[in-house]
Design a protein. Structure first.
Length: 103
């Protein structure tokens, strides 16, 4: 093998080893749930249950943070459509066909 071939082989082994280590490191963290959940809620009786639900969720996933938005239904739907919030709590009647929803 030429000197260039030997250098190439060494570098390739280093790259493969680094890739394998990175894959192992990330797989150890795949069960860790973290991030920010943005929730929009209209002022309704349902909003009184929100703190309890968030507290229960936080007990299981302490690295998750929340951003809360209080607005009217049209504003919340607009934020959902734009992707600026993850979850919206709305009052019916609304056009829900384009959303994944729970009554």
């Amino acid at each position: 093998m030429t000197d260039n071939g030997i250098l190439f082989q060494q570098r390739a082994k280093e790259i493969v080893a680094l890739f394998d280590k990175t894959t192992r490191d990330l797989s150890k963290q795949k069960d860790i749930v973290r991030g920010v959940v943005a929730v929009g809620c209209v002022e309704t009786i349902a909003s009184t249950f929100l703190p309890e639900i968030m507290e229960e969720f936080s007990a299981s996933y302490p690295l998750v943070q929340y951003e809360l938005y209080s607005a009217d239904g049209d504003d919340i739907q607009e934020k959902i459509d734009r992707g600026s919030i993850d979850i919206g709590i709305l009052l019916e009647p609304i056009e829900a066909a384009k959303y994944d929803f729970i009554r």
